[in-house]
Design a binder for this molecule. Sequence first.
Ligand code: FAD
Ligand code: DHB
Length: 384
Amino acid sequence: MRTQVGIIGAGPAGLLLSHLLHLRGISSVVLERRSREHVEQRVRAGVLEQGTVDTLIAAGVGERLLREGLPHEGIELRYGGAAHRIPFEKLVPDRRITVYGQQEVVRDLIDARLAAGGDLRFEVDDVEVHDLEGAPYVTFGGERLDCEVIAGCDGFHGVSRPSIPEGVLTVFEREYPFAWLGVLARVRPSAEELIYARTDRGFALHSMRSPEVSRFYLQVPPDADLADWPDERVWAELKARLETIPGFTLETGEILEKGVTPMRSFVAEPMQYGRLYLAGDSAHIVPPTGAKGLNLAVADVNNLTEALAAYFATGATDLLDGYSAACLRRVWRAQHFSWWMTTLLHTFDDEDAYGRRLQLSYLDYVTSSAAAATTLAENYVGLS
Ligand code: FAD
Ligand code: DHB
């Protein structure tokens, strides 16, 4: 079997790349370890930057997103018994974010690929990449796929990055002493905008998916066990961390899904080796506080599409050669922003009273100075 681009992983990065390449007349095969149902039901990100929305609309997969996505022009920071709105419409006019579940993006992309006759293989075992510096090919489940280029879109735990020979990559990494417990619940959102809450009990985030479904996250210990978090405890803790301003009541409802996500910052440089190009979480991870991971994956894929289109049209390799450098500037801005939002809003067990005062001082600055609030707003909606 032969294709132009062998794509490992059917997350947002792999599916979008396959679709954008198809629109440029470039063939690909997507190899995914999990089932279609699993990939479509995996609850993860929810915040799309304007640039991500624009990409999906231009690619012809924005119809449901435009209908069901929830545009937001601000977020709330809640701490010290008060609510502080960061007004995007004032600080970064004409740019907004859209709340639309990652699994909906994945569903829309799978539908588009299959409608166009795309070759998506789910539940493939033992994917391995070979001859990355020569004539690359992928083996899986006893089959062989020859390609001109391989795109490693297989997330943080995939096979692509570890296939790069030792000594090529430089890794930059930070782990955080906590995790997020994510909860999806059938209950009307208790607020119109996202609430990022800092309390002495830890961080909490109130997000949403639709007028009937809310999404929440709680800072929990890194080794948290779901068995210790029955629904009643989840609601009690969410109430304790969110019902901290006068007049706010958190509505409760049926919990549909719960999961624990570790928090990590990670970058592997360069994002390419020979004819293998990494995109999305396979090359970099951010803690989710800044809502950047999915958006970075889309930005990588846009760069890779342009580079591959030039290569297949004319044989030019300059954009491919510069792919990693082109991505890393945005990657590092998002790394800093995600680290900054995380340290601003979480409690750290080893933090002394001085550190807590610094945190509160910075929160006061961000919520009282237009310059500081603009820094948050322009990073949150996404730098171009
Ligand atoms: P993935 O989505 O991880 O996809 C990789 C795919 O490769 C998977 O389908 C996997 O099964 C497959 N795969 C892995 N190994 C193999 C193999 N050996 N062979 C074949 N296939 C393989 N980002 C945001 O932008 N905004 C947010 O609001 C946000 N919130 C988040 C909240 C949570 C709780 C979490 C966990 C993440 C959040 N993120 C957010 C991050 C975002 O979900 C990821 O950055 C995004 O999924 C990256 O997409 P990807 O396609 O690179 O990787
Ligand atoms: C969501 C996730 C995030 O990481 C975030 O910062 C905001 C919202 C969400 O899943 O809705």
